[in-house]
Design a protein around this ligand. Structure first.
Ligand SMILES: Cc1cc2nc3c(=O)[nH]c(=O)nc-3n(C[C@H](O)[C@H](O)[C@H](O)COP(=O)(O)OP(=O)(O)OC[C@H]3O[C@@H](n4cnc5c(N)ncnc54)[C@H](O)[C@@H]3O)c2cc1C
Length: 383
């Protein structure tokens, strides 16, 4: 068992870091904070030119699981605009497997080079965890489908070219059996995206589908086999680990502790309580990283990721929440000043990361859902 990167992986990591240092310009960082939109076409094309973006439709994945893990970790650590790229990659992989030639021709090349983007339209105002309860309707009309309904939290739906939409096509069937997936062009008449702002200032959307008409060629997978098609997308989702966000939070906290003195002129870094909090977060960074590495190792050795992915997601998001609340308490009221306040300690990032951390325990499966999967698949407990 080795805990260090191979020389090639270490070199890859430093190449990614170098690229991100120059690509994450102060203007881009400001743009992300002022718009709340975590996507930038120029940044994405920069990744694509390096071969570090979506999977190549012709060759399949070009990066090994460990390279992918390093890339995603560095993107997280740089707080880079990456989420629309990830959703596009997930859907492109499904389109490659079960999309019609019509869709493949229009989507795959652009998805690989960053020109075509795809958001996810699964959750609805009335259902998120129980996604199979979706009630957005698609009704067959000759060679077309007419779609009516709404989707909640369609992140980036206002800028994406397509929404990968889960719709109910047969309400008479049991809920998992009457669903079908579609790729809906967002320039279709009847599509609307309205902003929903999260606690961390991120923009997501509620999207509306009003008598939206698309041809059957935009269907992905068989009619009423939407659940199986959706699982293909979720299977392709890399196990997530949010430790790199704890690492960047820790960098802020360490710098603050080194640079700040208490009322009696003693550096905060010399306070045993401050050191205890820093050490605790450092351990959580390490554990998060190891849990995620285990997933990459399973993938690399051709084994299935069962409960290990949920363990990585659950631990690292809850650790991020813990550490960020801890550091806000450590810094005190000053921590609460906004990133837009030039005198805020560490550019307001300590409170910003705390607000961001709360969403991480919700999307891609809430903590409760992850615990259920770990209990059933990992521990073999009954439903
Ligand atoms: C910032 C953000 C971005 C998102 N982006 C997208 C996106 O791009 N596309 C998309 O489709 N969705 C997106 N989502 C939606 C996200 O996946 C859902 O919010 C999530 O699945 C939870 O669904 P819900 O909000 O309806 O809560 P609910 O499912 O109603 O859950 C409410 C509470 O009940 C708990 N709960 C629910 N069911 C169970 C159960 N069986 N056992 C135990 N506890 C349970 C949950 O854990 C939660 O605490 C996003 C969400 C957020 C916050």
């Amino acid at each position: 068992m080795r805990f260090t990167l191979d020389p090639e992986l270490a070199q890859f990591e430093s190449q990614v870091r170098d690229h991100l240092r120059s690509a994450m310009t102060p203007e881009l960082v400001e743009q992300i904070h002022t718009t709340g939109v975590f996507h930038d076409y120029e940044f994405t094309r920069g990744l694509a030119e390096k071969g570090w973006y979506a999977a190549d439709p012709a060759q399949g994945e070009r990066m090994s699981p460990f390279q992918t893990q390093i890339l995603i970790a560095e993107l997280h650590r740089a707080d880079a605009p990456m989420y629309l790229g990830e959703t596009t990659r997930m859907v492109a992989s499904v389109v490659r497997q079960v999309g019609t030639p019509f869709v493949q021709e229009r989507v795959l090349d652009g998805a690989a080079n960053g020109d075509v983007t795809i958001a996810l339209g699964f959750s609805e105002p009335e259902c998120g965890s129980d996604v199979a309860a979706a009630s957005t309707r698609a009704v067959r009309d000759g060679d077309d489908w007419l779609i009516n309904g709404s989707k909640m939290f369609t992140t980036n739906g206002h800028i994406a070219d397509y929404v990968f939409l889960l719709a109910r096509t047969d309400p008479e069937q049991p809920k998992h059996k009457g669903l079908t997936m579609f790729l809906v062009p967002t320039n279709s008449e009847g599509f609307d995206a309205q902003a929903v702002w999260t606690l961390s200032g991120e923009r997501t959307n509620i999207t509306f589908y009003s008598d939206l008409r698309i041809s059957d060629q935009w269907r992905i997978g068989e009619v009423n086999a939407g659940w199986q098609t959706l699982l293909l997308a979720l299977e392709d989702e890399h196990a997530s680990g949010w430790g790199p966000h704890i690492a960047r939070l820790l960098e802020h906290a360490e710098r603050w502790a080194a640079d700040t003195k208490d009322a009696s002129g003693i550096a905060r870094i010399d306070d045993p309580d401050v050191r205890r909090r820093l050490a605790r977060a450092a351990i959580e960074v390490e554990v998060s990283s190891l849990l995620l590495s285990r997933c990459a190792w399973l993938e690399e050795t051709g084994q299935r990721i069962e409960a290990e992915g949920p363990m990585s997601k659950l631990f690292s998001t809850e650790a991020l929440e813990r550490a960020s609340q801890d550091f806000n308490e450590m810094v005190g009221p000053d921590a609460l000043r906004s990133p837009f306040d030039p005198t805020a300690p560490e550019n307001g990032q300590i409170q910003q990361i705390m607000r961001f951390s709360l969403g991480t325990t919700i999307y891609a499966g809430t903590s409760e859902v992850q615990r259920t999967i770990i209990a059933q698949r990992g521990l073999g407990l009954p439903r």
